[in-house]
Design a protein around this ligand. Structure first.
Ligand SMILES: [Mn+2]
Length: 302
């Protein structure tokens, strides 16, 4: 079993409400290393990468600079043969995470990605009303949007549309849907998840993102979960994925040597009174990365 590296993506500048900047440190403080160690993993915590607004021109530039540095951290970990847990951070951290993973694989083959989210995160500066970078990472990874986001490591198109599946979607703008449909990305909307269950949808997604790929990962936006169970997130949307179904699905990541990284973004500890959402995030991490029987969320301390 590989060593597990935890990468802290300390960024909130990609969102309107910057509270997610404190997500990674709060999750570590609430015992994430211990939760994973109890689940049988040997864990090492990497030096945090922190977005620095004072050295940047504007919000896009903050995210671009952060993304390049974070991508280098991920590149080193994946090249070193370690598995990764990336703790956000608003979801703009995904630009760096999956650019670094794709760069690490560049000569070995393609990267597949399951994107769990209430939103599509597929805006470009041309389509986004809010101009918030955390609404743009999936488009950027597919090669659309600001060159500062798409051209990390000097090449664009870190993900191929046929190796990306988005699940749990229930709030989006027409332009995002139009872009992803034009590219041929499979989108599993929440109504389909409600009908079929999340785990069967995730299993289908896994088959798609692993087909012909050297490695795969999961980017999990906490807002994909039902806000009854995970209220402390940047942009909650009702009627989301039940936590127990998410845990069952993520357990499909275990024991797959091609599974290189789990990213959990948009956890906002400033809204997490009582630590309920932290417990949900611990449960997701243990479900996806732990060994042995998945631990129920209520048994994880925070
Ligand atoms: Mn998102």
């Amino acid at each position: 079993m590989k060593t597990l590296d935890i990468a802290s993506a300390v960024i909130g500048e990609g969102a309107k409400d910057g509270g997610c900047k404190y997500g990674a440190s709060a999750l570590l403080k609430s015992g994430m290393v211990q939760s994973l160690a109890r689940a049988g993993r040997s864990v090492q915590t990497l030096a945090a990468v922190t977005a620095d607004p004072m050295s940047a021109r504007d919000r896009m530039d903050v995210v671009a600079r952060f993304s390049r540095e974070h991508a280098e951290t991920v590149l080193r970990a994946v090249r070193g043969g370690r598995q990764l847990l990336v703790l956000g951070g608003d979801h703009s951290c995904a630009i760096g995470t999956w650019s670094g993973a794709a760069q690490a694989l560049a000569l070995k083959g393609r990267l597949g990605l399951i994107w769990v989210d209430a939103h599509l995160d597929a805006h470009t500066p041309q389509t986004s009303e809010s101009q918030a970078p955390h609404g743009m990472p999936l488009a950027a990874l597919l090669g659309h949007g600001s060159a500062a986001f798409t051209e990390i490591f000097g090449w664009s198109g870190k993900l191929n549309p046929e190796n990306v599946v988005v699940i749990g979607v229930r709030s989006y703008e027409p332009a995002e849907r139009a872009l992803l449909e034009a590219l041929g990305v499979r989108i599993i909307y929440m109504e389909e998840v409600a009908r079929r269950g999340f785990a069967p949808c995730f299993a289908e997604a896994k088959a798609a993102v692993t087909s012909g790929c050297a490695a795969w990962g999961v980017s999990f936006d906490v807002d994909g979960l039902d806000p009854e169970e995970a209220p402390a997130t940047g942009t909650p949307v009702d009627n989301g994925i039940p936590l127990d179904q998410a845990m069952a699905a993520l357990s499909l990541c275990r024991d797959d040597p091609r599974f290189i990284a789990l990213e959990i973004a948009e956890y906002n500890p400033l809204k997490d009174f009582g630590g309920k959402t932290a417990r949900a995030v611990h449960a997701l991490a243990v479900a996806g990365l732990g060994l042995g029987v998945p631990v129920p969320a209520e048994d994880l301390v925070s």
